[in-house]
Design a protein around this ligand. Structure first.
Ligand code: ATP
Length: 363
């Protein structure tokens, strides 16, 4: 039995449908991350699971029980918001213990539960402080502590790290991953940050315009995306998409392509389904790290003219202007001596290239 299941869930606001027929099963102990661009419906979906938003059609079940019309407080869920939602006049201890106080738990029992949560979250030294005397990361830990003491069946997180600076985000990301390992609870997490999704999720749900585009383990989505949207959304820097034309099939069922943009005449690329018929115009998907600085001696080599470089120390991103005005990004190891205007011979790892139809389906 799935811990959480959504069946044909739809949501309309004033007659406009923003979630279209979503079906999803979440197993017990999973860490599910909803990702997708702004406005795709991540928060609406999470709020419907929480019971903070009514479902227009369809059913939501938790541990097999239909909760579609159940009061939020009776669903066995706890939600952590981006804005922390702490009570400013209460200490950390009182904030964390508040749901237990509401439930009528005695002061001593409450103290013990709050201490347990504070130990998990390393909040012990701060229990007597008020929220205004805490950093953003500490405040978010208090909010998570308040969720933990309720011992929910499912934790729901709505962009919990977006108010934090970059360094703190990374630290809190690890804290949340550790928390999941430690308490093994089912978690559903919303973010628009694909790095957060990749590092936290056991299962990613990619949403677009109120529809699920693909569900899978992070590496599955990276290695085997169903379409150009998922391929472009998962992976950073994003996959390059370059027009190409199928001119025939090779011995091993590989498609033979001409790629004018890269000056390639007979590039062999394996389609996802070797038996599928392929012809005409397609899009070639190249992850930036499929390029290498090995240059002209490689089995497949291309020349790109450097427009600008971004040097991060361990890697260099070389941007080359493509004829459609977009740039082609190559991720090169180390610090190659490339300058703007240089024409650079790059190797291309043809074994990792992907094919898509013009309308974005994986081929
Ligand atoms: N209360 C509301 N009334 C009307 N439309 C709404 C309401 N809440 C959300 N929407 C619309 O529903 C769609 C989905 O919004 P939602 O907030 O779920 O997206 P999101 O993926 O969480 O976006 P973001 O990453 O920007 O938070 C959007 O088009 C939004 O404008």
């Amino acid at each position: 039995m799935a811990e959480l299941s959504l069946r044909n869930v739809r949501k309309s606001f004033s007659g406009t449908e923003v979630i279209h027929d979503v079906n999803l099963d979440v197993e017990s102990g999973a860490f599910v991350v909803f990702v997708g661009p702004s406005g795709c419906g991540k928060s609406t979906l999470l709020r419907m699971i929480a019971g903070l938003e009514e479902v227009t059609a369809g059913k939501i079940a938790i541990e097999g029980q239909d909760v579609t019309n159940t009061d939020p407080a009776r669903r066995g869920i706890a939600m952590v918001f981006q804005s922390y939602a702490l009570y400013p006049h209460m200490t950390v201890e009182e904030n964390i213990g508040f749901p237990l106080e509401m439930a009528g738990m005695s002061k001593e029992a409450r103290k013990a539960e709050v201490q347990k949560a504070a130990d998990i979250l390393h909040l012990g030294p701060y229990l007597q402080r008020k929220p205004k005397a805490l950093s953003g990361g500490q405040r978010q830990r208090v909010a998570i502590g308040r969720a933990i003491v309720r011992n929910p069946k499912i934790f729901l997180f709505d962009e919990p790290l977006s108010n934090l600076d970059a360094e703190l985000r990374v630290r809190m990301r690890l804290e949340i991953a550790r928390l999941h390992e430690e308490i093994g609870a089912t978690m559903v997490y919303v973010t628009h940050d694909q790095v957060e999704a990749m590092t936290l999720a056991t299962k990613i749900v990619v949403l677009r315009d109120g529809n699920i585009e693909q569900v899978g383990a992070p590496i599955e989505l990276y290695n085997d995306p169903d379409n150009m949207f998922v391929a472009g959304f998962i992976g950073s820097p994003k996959m390059n998409f370059i027009p190409a034309r199928v001119t025939g099939r090779g011995d091993s069922d590989a498609a033979i392509l001409t790629v004018p943009e890269l000056g390639l005449e007979a590039l062999e690329v394996m389609p996802r389904d070797p038996a599928a018929s392929l012809a005409g115009d397609v899009m070639l998907g190249i992850r930036p790290d499929c390029f290498g600085a090995e240059g002209a001696a490689a089995p497949v080599a291309v020349n790109l003219t450097c427009e600008v470089t971004e040097r991060l120390g361990n890697v260099t991103y070389m941007h080359a202007l493509a004829s459609d005005g977009e740039s082609i990004v190559a991720e090169l190891r180390g610090q190659p001596a490339i300058r703007t205007g240089d024409t650079v011979p790059l190797s291309l790892d043809a074994g990792r290239l992907m094919l898509f139809s013009k309308d974005g389906r994986r081929l």
